[in-house]
Write a protein that binds this ligand. Sequence first.
Ligand SMILES: Nc1ncnc2c1ncn2[C@@H]1O[C@H](COP(=O)(O)OP(=O)(O)OP(=O)(O)O)[C@@H](O)[C@H]1O
Length: 357
Amino acid sequence: METDQTTADQVYSTDDPIVEIRDAAVTYDDGESYVLDHVSIDLDRGEILGVVGESGSGKSMLASSLLDAVPSPGRLMGKITYRPDGDEPVDVLDLEKDELRSLRWEEISMVFQGAMNSFNPTMPIRTHFEETLKAHDADVPEGIDRAEELLEDLHLEPERILDSYPHELSGGMQQRALIALSLVLEPDVLVMDEPTAALDLLMQRSILMLLSDLQEKYNLTMVFITHDLPLVAALADRMAIMYAFRLIEIGETRDIVENAAHPYTRALLNSTPNLNAPLSEMRPIEGQSPAPINMPSGCAYHPRCPLASEECRTDVPDYHDVAPDHGSACYHWRESYDEVPLVYEDSLGGTAGGESR
Ligand SMILES: Nc1ncnc2c1ncn2[C@@H]1O[C@H](COP(=O)(O)OP(=O)(O)OP(=O)(O)O)[C@@H](O)[C@H]1O
């Protein structure tokens, strides 16, 4: 296939985007440095998008940008458009405070890492549901019925969970209760930031299966943010790879897993020898990712990259079309196949491409 280098503002747009993110950038120092560096991406209606990258790569900033919820005093720039089915598009960064409040739970809902910190320890779970419903002027008995169904969908006993205090539940139960809470106002989009990171491997996998069922039953669009590439490969339709606050590769999950075309993505895949292997067996990538105030010129990965050439040191690479809907921000993507061979190629099994769904 011929290489096409795209222009800087090209986006791997989708057919039916429910959210469009254009040139989203976050700064804490008036533009001296960026902790989200001009990212553009579509979220396709009904898809599960996995956002993957090392710790500190800007994944959470991307997630909070979707909801204009970047932690203060960060400044978010760019354009975020939410496109509800059959309704007028909404310019998220233009919303008034109360409009944003309802968008946040009723249209796009977010689950953060560590359910422990999300529940108030002095209130039973039922009160959390009731207060969320009341705060959004929703019918409480109807909402509690929905909560019960959601809890059941998540393989929990509704009555027991609703009547418990957070500390009476295990980490896995709390996390599932939090997912139910985030869906009680029937949002279209669910954004999850490392939702299973604190849980053991078995619980992580089982929550993933449940999420996949929920996605189908409620026709949800999901964003699943994680540093655990194999985990998200089992769930996501598409994957977006972040490095140093930028989006460096995007494509369908199978394409990324089998045909990654950025040396960083390939190193990330190699850092887990087998996609079925537990995270504890990951081999770290040599070198360190840069701090926002210390961004290298050109491609931010060049100090760690075996393929780096002069142009990588001076110019930020645009996306190159690797395949339809698969882009890689690397000048040397073709060489990366030989120069950074994938170590697990023969052991892919059935983990990629959302096959477990
Ligand atoms: N409130 C803040 N003020 C200034 N910088 C911040 C703030 N919160 C995060 N950052 C910086 O923004 C950058 C991106 O952070 P972000 O939390 O998005 O990374 P991440 O990829 O989600 O990491 P992790 O997986 O560890 O959560 C990091 O360099 C971090 O230090």
